[in-house]
Design a protein. Structure first.
Length: 276
């Protein structure tokens, strides 16, 4: 993957800023949701959907498209904002988040929402589904890649590690995983709840190729994805060090924003910050 230009970095930064506004607006209008984790993972999604993945909203179910599984499904407002902006469904749908009858529920539903490759929500299951997609690509001799995004608190789930062994056993080098390592989960700092460290060493011990990056640095993310896509013989885990609530000062690194919608004053303050 070629070096990223300053112009491309600025393009992605402006795109992410616009999408952060969409995330905060839809959660505010819904009166519920998970802003912290949605904001921490958004830059990863921006890089994947605007610079990496082979997708086309006009041919949504193209069998050769790249796949993405958002295993930390509660962060779906970030994915919905991206999918709407890419043209998978009208942006007007965003205001229906979490409302009865809406295709945009609190966790992704592949049966209802265009552009969603896997229904998620029960933590720990996304990597297993991604393994199946990657294996199917191999069996069908297809060149598509599968990407999966896990939460750091989610890595406390046993099924994650069973799936990790499967990925390595089958040498799924067409699979790239991201760990959204923002350090916080619903009950507090993950190091206090149940520390998963040393995370990088654990993934390596399970047979994975491991990279660590700043999850908000577009150039670093693109470089890591390029290395992952060219690595042969093992799946790649990209541990992305992120900030919960990234982009809104009073939400950053604050556990209170794991699963709470802003009130009117907080919403207006957030939008004002995102203007700069």
């Amino acid at each position: 993957m070629q070096a990223i230009s300053a112009a491309t970095v600025e393009e992605l930064r402006l795109k992410a800023r616009k999408l952060r506004k969409d995330v905060i607006t839809m959660i505010y209008e819904a009166g519920s949701g998970h802003p912290g984790g949605a904001l921490s993972v958004l830059d990863i999604l921006v890089v994947l959907y605007y610079k990496v993945m082979n997708i086309d909203p006009q041919i949504e179910k193209n069998p050769h498209r790249d796949r993405l599984v958002l295993s930390k499904g509660h962060a779906c407002p970030a994915l919905y904002a991206v999918l709407a902006d890419k043209g998978f469904f009208p942006p007007a749908y965003l205001s229906s988040l979490r409302k009865i009858g809406s295709p945009l529920q609190g966790h992704p539903d592949m049966r209802k929402t265009p552009g969603i490759d896997m229904s998620t929500g029960s933590l720990g299951q996304g990597l297993s589904a991604a393994n199946g997609m990657a294996l199917a690509a191999r069996l069908n001799q297809s060149l598509y890649r599968t990407y999966v995004i896990l939460g750091d608190g989610e890595s406390q789930e046993g099924q994650v590690w069973e799936a990790a062994m499967t990925s390595a056993h089958y040498r799924l080098d067409n699979l790239t995983a991201f760990l959204d390592y923002n350090g916080l989960q619903i009950d507090g700092w993950i190091r206090d709840v149940k520390s998963p460290e040393p995370l990088a060493d654990k993934w390596r011990a399970f047979g994975w190729h491991v990279l660590e990056v700043d999850g908000h640095d577009y150039a670093s993310l693109l470089e890591a994805i390029g290395r992952a896509n060219s690595y042969k013989g093992a799946p790649t885990m990209i541990i992305a060090h992120t900030v919960k609530g990234k982009g809104i000062s009073f939400m950053e690194n604050q556990i209170d924003w794991h699963g709470r919608a802003p009130n009117k004053e907080e919403y207006e303050k957030a939008l004002a910050e995102l203007e700069h």
